[in-house]
Design a protein around this ligand. Structure first.
Ligand code: AP5
Length: 208
């Protein structure tokens, strides 16, 4: 199964991808996580993209496309993959079409108001990337990762000004991909406003 998860920031793409990865036995490739790992490890790529991510803007297509091309060439992608956060522009979608075919593009549908609630309460484990929400999915011990016990952190782009900018960027640059993939008959809509297990059930249903 070769899937793309589309949807605004905070729609729950990463949360559902963590469930789908186990269920379908395919890797979850989040371009946001790949960039954040580079930033954490202080790589050259990380230094180049750090301020872009913090502001909520998009990393240039040339950098992002090359990173995804390399990742998809790894052996674990041979049986399929979940691409989360890529493509985000028409240029990226055209480049992806040259790299691989797709079986489905899942459009996670949710209101802006709900997205803002979700992002402002999100916390994550810095080493594993495990995602929590202070109200909707709290850790067992406040502020600590359930497995590693590490202090949870708030992403720099989950500040209010960056959230607003990310939503604008999504509307301008990424939303047109819904029509792009609909014209290819690949779009599967999912109501992302429900609880995670309900969203995951809907996903399994639309994927058949
Ligand atoms: P990225 O990491 O991809 O961020 P995003 O698309 O903005 O998506 P998020 O990770 O914010 O949200 P999500 O939908 O995964 O929601 P989550 O599951 O965490 O990208 C970050 C940055 O990297 C970009 O801004 C850009 O700079 C750069 N970048 C990445 N890809 C790029 C590309 N292709 N081109 C150029 N630049 C790129 O859930 C959110 C919260 O809600 C959590 O707290 C969670 O616990 C909670 N939650 C989730 N589901 C539910 C539910 N059903 N009910 C209640 N709460 C829920």
């Amino acid at each position: 199964m070769r899937m793309v998860f589309l949807g605004p920031p905070g729609a729950g793409k990463g949360t559902i991808a963590a469930l789908a990865r186990e269920y379908y036995g395919i890797p979850h490739i989040s371009t946001g996580d790949l960039f954040r790992n580079n930033i954490k490890n202080g790589t050259e790529l990380g230094l180049r993209v750090k301020s872009i991510l913090a502001s909520g803007g998009l990393v240039p297509d040339s950098i992002t496309i090359e990173m995804v091309r390399n990742r998809l060439a790894e052996p674990d992608c041979a049986r399929g993959f979940i691409l989360d956060g890529f493509p985000r522009t028409i240029g990226q979608a055209d480049a992806l079409a040259e790299m691989t075919g797709l079986d489905a593009v899942v459009d996670f549908r949710i209101s802006k108001e709900e997205v803002v609630k979700r992002l402002s309460g999100r916390r994550m484990c810095p080493s594993t990337g495990r995602i929590y929400h202070i109200l909707f999915n709290p850790p067992k011990v406040e502020g600590k990762d359930d497995e590693t016990g590490e202090d949870l952190v708030q992403r720099p782009d989950d500040r209010e000004d960056a959230i607003v900018h990310r939503l604008e960027v999504y509307e301008e640059q990424t939303e047109p991909l819904i029509a792009y993939y609909a014209s290819k008959g690949l779009i599967k809509e999912v109501d992302a406003s429900l609880k995670p297990d309900q969203v995951f059930d809907l996903l399994k249903k639309v994927l058949g």
